[in-house]
Design a protein around this ligand. Structure first.
Ligand SMILES: *Cc1c(COP(=O)(O)O)cnc(C)c1O
Length: 818
């Protein structure tokens, strides 16, 4: 890895080695003779953390002194992954650490792999939050991330006999060397109880409300420093852990209610026990609402305390604080901030509302109706009675204001109300987040446009200036420098070290090299190295041998019907059948690589995993295929596995049903690393095609408008489509008839019939277009000059997708901090 500007001096290496040894001895209590790999990892992590701390304190003091405006990023998920390489690399200590350990015969590569993967998130949304934290530190924005310190992050996926099994994830089993427990930073969070109103104290005054909650849960802060590129600045990720309130609990215990006291504690602490393993679906569980309120309430109290310490008044809150809501999960913050301002601090309602709206902003991540959170009024009244009143009052003011504007259309008023009346009364968290924010953003141009036209069309018509677009990005430090040191070295060799500081602009200078045969050969050679590394992982984990010179065709992401792993599987089966019917044909050798987790309760997604494994076994064992086609499903997709797979990909599958993927971010990671994309015009693929050029991607299929038109017309008939494609028909029939599931021939009947009768996700509709796009892929692959020319141009033209660019846009347009 070449990220360090200057080779470390012998003194620097020696000094770091001494710190590591001191940590091993005095913090971990091991002598080097008996230290395990994990002990060494912790010692290195602690030594690294020490280096961050000075900077951390300096920067924090500095930002206090300058009175900088602060950004608070509220997110129920942070999909961080490992931090060792990230921190060392950003501090410029990677080579120092390597040499320090080499000098005492400790294998750095081995010990770094013992770090658990912090998976406090499900997928793209949580990973975005992690990339944003790193970019904010890099850009020197004073920011705090706020979330929950789950005891158990996203489940570990084991594949047993082809089926997904969820195993408890235990990232904290050996402690977490990155974090600082802050027992002195804690807040008591209330639930339940009742509200008492005192009459107004005089004319023109408002009545005061007191919430007497019946259950208190303590939130305790755990801080993780997040360091920016070249140690530019260090921000804090503050995660809350729930603890039973000791006194409360002891009283009951002493009174003889031992079981009650303990179960009370267990109930309180369950709040930070597990990350909801639900992806894009409403959990619909009381515990989920408790989690949301718990972390929002602790975070808001914390940031208001910080603000009061510095400013002594809340009336200027929006000048010094911006609160970004990552999806609707923290949307209860709108009501909680109103409660804190009005009930606790005695600020008049209208003023409090003005302050709230000026402070809050909200990012929408999905248009899927089942993913837009709503909570039943009954549950809200029971768990958060004062918040329910506040929501009613916000709604009343909102609807009154509209009537004053002369808007009496009942349909419209119903649709923009905070309360849904149609199937039981429910609070719409999306509308609450929208109303309580001065800025609402989508995450790609297409998604933002659809937001304006669909979910928020009526609110948008009333508040036409609130919605803007902020296309997602990824941090290049992790997704290029750290995950692909081979490619990074090649880029630095040709473009100079400046590339590392300004990839957004410098990458473009790679374009002329796309025309040089020699450079293309080097580019292809580094890819081959990465593919060899991945082939070894596949061999070790699955016992399957794959040829590193074959086309690596990669589809890794959460398993979801809209992401259309099924479409890829149908292509796989059709290709398999084609090879079988002409085994001597001139086929392009391919390895189809899949990975991804299915939500535990998502039956169809789990069937898709089983089908992938059934297809893989059948094809990999078939001698007539002669290894021309291999299929692998790598278990337990997470950030660390993504870092290994993405740099080894030739082809990136981004084939969601158009209109349903809000942005995607793995599409950007692959393109940055030089993979060519086969994809639909969905999410950020659209902007990628504008940056990279359509001729260097394989774009196919229905557009979002065409999908919508088919649904509206109601005349789309999957059966007729299937009838028109013998390839598709045969692939479907063979799966349905048990060709891949001889042990249970009817296993896929329902799955395949679902496609025939419903095809909600347009799998059949897009099949032929996909098949032909895959033929173009093969034609390009047979023409290496053109393939690698396109690959180089993909890397050269992906600079715009840096999360630094995204964060700069948030900072300038929404937070006003740059
Ligand atoms: C980037 C990333 C995602 C998001 O992938 P999409 O294909 O954009 O949905 C999900 N999980 C992990 C581990 C990632 O690194």
């Amino acid at each position: 890895m070449t990220q360090q500007l200057h080779a470390p001096t012998a003194d620097e290496v020696e000094a770091f080695r001494e710190t590591i040894l001191a940590k091993l001895t005095y913090s971990i209590g091991k002598d080097p003779e008996h230290a395990s790999d994990h002990d060494w990892f912790e010692a290195v992590a602690l030594a690294t953390r020490d280096r961050m701390i000075d900077q951390w304190m300096d920067r924090t003091r500095e930002s206090y002194r300058q009175g900088k405006k602060r950004v608070y990023y509220l997110s129920l998920e942070f999909l961080i992954g490992r931090l060792l390489i990230d921190s060392l690399s950003n501090l410029g200590l990677l080579e120092t650490a390597r040499q320090a350990l080499a000098g005492i015969n400790v294998d750095f590569e081995r010990i770094r792999l013992t770090e658990p993967d912090a998976a406090l998130g499900n997928g793209g949304l949580g990973r975005l939050a992690a990339c944003f934290m790193e970019s904010m530190a890099t850009l020197g924005i004073a920011a705090h991330g706020y979330g929950i310190r789950y005891d158990h992050g996203l489940f570990r996926q084991a594949i047993v006999d082809g089926w997904q099994h969820e195993q408890t994830e235990t990232w904290l089993n050996f402690g977490n060397p990155w974090e600082f427990e802050r027992p002195e930073v804690s807040y008591l969070i209330g639930f339940g109880g009742s509200v008492m109103a005192l009459p107004a104290e005089g004319p023109g005054k408002e009545p005061r409300h007191f919430w007497h909650w019946s259950e208190g849960v303590r939130a305790i802060a755990y801080d993780t420093p997040i360091v920016g590129w070249r140690g530019a600045s260090v921000n804090t990720l503050r995660l809350w852990r729930a603890r039973a309130e000791a006194d409360f609990h002891l009283e009951r215990f002493n009174a003889g209610d031992h079981v009650g006291a303990v179960s009370e504690g267990a109930r309180a602490e369950s709040i930070s026990r597990v990350l909801y393993p639900a992806d894009s679906t409403e959990a619909g569980q009381e515990l989920r609402l408790r989690q949301e309120y718990f972390f929002v309430a602790a975070s808001l109290q914390d940031l208001l305390r910080r603000h009061m310490d510095q400013r002594g008044t809340l009336l200027n809150l929006p000048e010094f604080a911006s609160i970004q809501l990552n999806d609707t999960h923290p949307a209860i913050a709108v009501a909680e901030l109103m409660r804190l301002l009005v009930d606790v601090n005695g600020i008049a309602w209208n003023k409090a509302w003005e302050l709230t709206v000026a402070t809050m902003s909200y990012t929408n991540h999905t248009l899927l109706p089942e993913a837009l959170e709503t909570w039943s009024v009954g549950l809200m009244e029971r768990l958060l009675p004062r918040h329910m009143q506040i929501i009613y009052l916000i709604n009343a003011h909102h609807l009154d204001a509209l009537r004053e504007r002369g808007i009496h259309n009942l349909e419209l008023l119903r649709s923009v109300s905070l309360i849904e009346e149609s199937n039981g009364r429910r609070v719409r968290m999306g509308n609450l987040a929208f109303l309580g924010s001065h800025s609402i953003n989508g995450v790609s141009a297409l998604h933002t446009g659809l937001m304006r036209e669909t979910v928020f069309t009526d609110l948008h018509s009333l508040f036409p200036n609130r919605i803007s677009n902020k296309t997602n990005g990824i941090t290049f430090r992790r997704w290029l420098y750290q995950s692909n040191p081979q490619l990074t070295a090649l880029l630095v060799e040709h473009l100079g070290e400046e590339l590392l500081d300004d990839p957004e602009n410098m990458l473009r200078q790679l374009e002329p090299y796309a025309e040089q045969a020699q450079f293309r050969a080097r580019f292809a050679a580094q890819r081959l190295e990465n593919k060899q590394l991945l082939a070894r992982i596949i061999q070790e984990q699955l016992g399957i041998e794959v040829d590193p010179s074959a086309l690596f065709d990669v589809h890794v992401k959460r398993i979801h019907e809209y992401k259309r792993q099924l479409l890829n599987l149908l292509h796989t089966v059709a290709l398999y059948q084609a090879i079988r019917s002409d085994p001597g044909g001139n086929w392009v050798p391919r390895v189809k690589i899949f990975a991804g987790k299915a939500a535990a309760s998502y039956h169809t997604a789990k069937m898709i995993i089983k089908l992938t494994n059934d297809i893989a076994r059948t094809i990999n064992d078939d001698p007539t295929v002669r290894g021309l086609l291999k299929v692998v499903f790598l278990p337990n997709y997470n950030v660390s596995l993504a870092e290994r797979i993405i740099p080894a990909a030739d082809l990136s599958e981004q084939i969601s049903t158009a209109g349903l993927e809000a942005s995607g971010t793995s599409n950007m990671k692959f393109a940055l690393n030089g993979a060519l994309t086969i994809g639909t015009l969905d999410g950020a693929n659209v902007e990628m095609s504008e940056q990279i050029g359509l001729e260097h991607m394989f774009i196919f299929g229905l557009t979002a408008q065409e999908v919508e038109a088919r649904k509206q017309a109601g005349e789309y008939n999957a059966e007729a489509t299937i009838f028109g494609s013998s390839r598709l028909n045969e692939a479907l029939l063979s799966i349905r008839d048990g060709a891949f599931s001889a042990d249970d021939p009817a296993r896929y009947t329902a799955l395949i019939d679902g496609l025939k009768w419903q095809d909600t996700f347009m799998v059949c509709a897009d099949f032929e277009a996909y098949w032909h796009a895959q033929l173009e892929v093969e034609a390009r692959w047979r023409d290496p000059n053109n393939w690698w020319r396109s690959a180089v141009l993909n890397t050269a033209r992906t600079g715009w997708f840096s999360s630094d660019r995204t964060i700069r846009e948030y900072a300038e347009d929404i937070w006003k901090v740059l």
